[in-house]
Design a protein around this ligand. Structure first.
Ligand code: NAI
Length: 347
């Protein structure tokens, strides 16, 4: 059984880490037929008339699965975020970002194993900003009952099916009493249906951040609205080795788009030094999703093999620069492929 998936290399380090990931998935025996489509500045460079061509969106709608590299968004002006637009267009309302300590990547903490679940479609990312009069800007934070209930249900279902034991909502409902208040109320209500299996608590986000960096082991699943989820994801990435090792997935509607938490990293783009692990791990999440939704056990086998191979590489000191190693993007991919071959030989 094979699967067709859309590959969006994206901008900056995107093409480098995408190429490495594609190579490793193939070496692990994953039967993926890639359809490559452009988004971001890369799309304009290739002659498209938009940063998010209809052709790209339609391909994801058709094939339901995509692996996406990062796309650049200009700061303080220019075009709006392609990532936000894509999530809205495809109704990818639930972002899942697992954050785990890795053998061979020593950090201040051991045994971090948590998941950030982020509402992906509203909050301040609704992008409704207005100049009221010169020097006065408003930015509208949107919270709707449907979306708040939907992400709460998604988070509890996700936690339940993965054997997770606690959901903590990070919020600021002491200040944003209505919008964050609605988010909290929905999470609280949905918890009633899961109270036998999953514990629930709420933390004001500022104190929650302090506790996260003091003792991340106390957290299991953290549920947040859009902006908080964005910020908390990067904070959590810092607990386990950085943005080079934090994968992600966006679920909802009929499609699923897998992408690393990191951005296009313009400071290192084109140098061949980016860590491809975050996108590779996102690819592993994609394989597990394919196994789950399409019953293809070969995807589980490939996912397990890749995980074993990159863990072996990390513990034997084969690492990229961000993790204190010396390998480039492609050299790290070579090391993982060689490890896959060795694993294959001993089976
Ligand atoms: P960034 O995540 O691109 O980079 C932050 C820092 O982490 C940089 O020092 C970078 O070199 C490092 N880094 C990131 N990924 C790495 C990797 N795989 N290996 C080694 N080092 C890595 O965040 P930044 O600089 O805030 O954003 C750059 C651009 O990316 C912006 O245009 C932003 O809008 C966009 N972005 C896109 C995202 C997406 O497409 N999903 C997500 C986040 C940002």
């Amino acid at each position: 059984m094979g699967h067709t998936a859309v590959l969006i290399p994206g901008d900056g380090i995107g093409p480098e880490v995408s190429e490495a990931t594609k190579r490793i998935l193939a070496a692990a025996g994953a039967q993926i037929h890639w359809i490559e489509r452009a988004a971001g500045v890369a799309a304009l460079d290739q002659g498209a008339d938009s940063v998010l061509p209809a052709d790209t969106v339609n391909a994801i709608l058709e094939h339901k699965i995509a692996l996406k590299g990062p796309c650049t968004t200009p700061i303080g002006g220019g075009f709006s975020s392609i990532n936000v637009a894509l999530r809205k267009k495809l109704n990818l309302y639930g972002a899942v970002r697992p954050v785990r300590s890795l053998d061979g990547v020593p950090t201040r903490y051991e045994n971090v194993d948590l998941i950030v679940i982020r509402e992906n479609t509203e909050g301040l990312y609704a992008g409704i900003e207005n100049t009221i009069t010169e020097g006065v800007i408003t930015s509208l934070k949107v919270a709707t009952l449907d979306a708040c209930r939907r992400i709460a249900r998604f988070a509890f279902e996700y936690a339940l099916t993965r054997g997770r034991k606690r959901i903590t909502v990070f919020h600021k409902a002491n200040i944003m009493k209505l919008s964050d208040g609605l988010f909290l109320k929905c999470a609280h209500e949905v918890h009633d249906d899961y109270s036998n299996d999953i514990a629930y608590d709420e933390q004001i986000i500022d104190a929650g951040c302090m506790r996260l960096v003091q003792d991340p082991g106390r957290f299991d699943v953290i549920l947040c609205e859009n902006l908080y989820g964005d910020v908390i994801s990067d904070l959590c990435a810092g607990l386990v080795g950085g943005l080079g090792v934090t994968p992600g997935a966006n679920f909802g509607g009929d499609a699923a788009v897998f992408e690393a938490v990191h951005g296009s990293a313009p400071d290192i783009a084109g140098q061949g030094v980016a860590n491809p692990l975050a996108l590779l791990m996102s690819g592993v999440m994609m394989l597990r999703h394919l196994a789950e939704t399409r019953g293809d056990e070969t995807c589980t086998v490939a996912a397990d093999r890749i995980r074993e191979a990159y863990n072996a590489c990390l513990t034997s000191g084969h690492k990229t620069r961000d993790l204190g190693g010396t390998l480039g993007t492609s050299e790290f991919a070579d090391a993982v492929c060689a490890q896959l071959q060795r694993q294959g030989a001993v089976r």
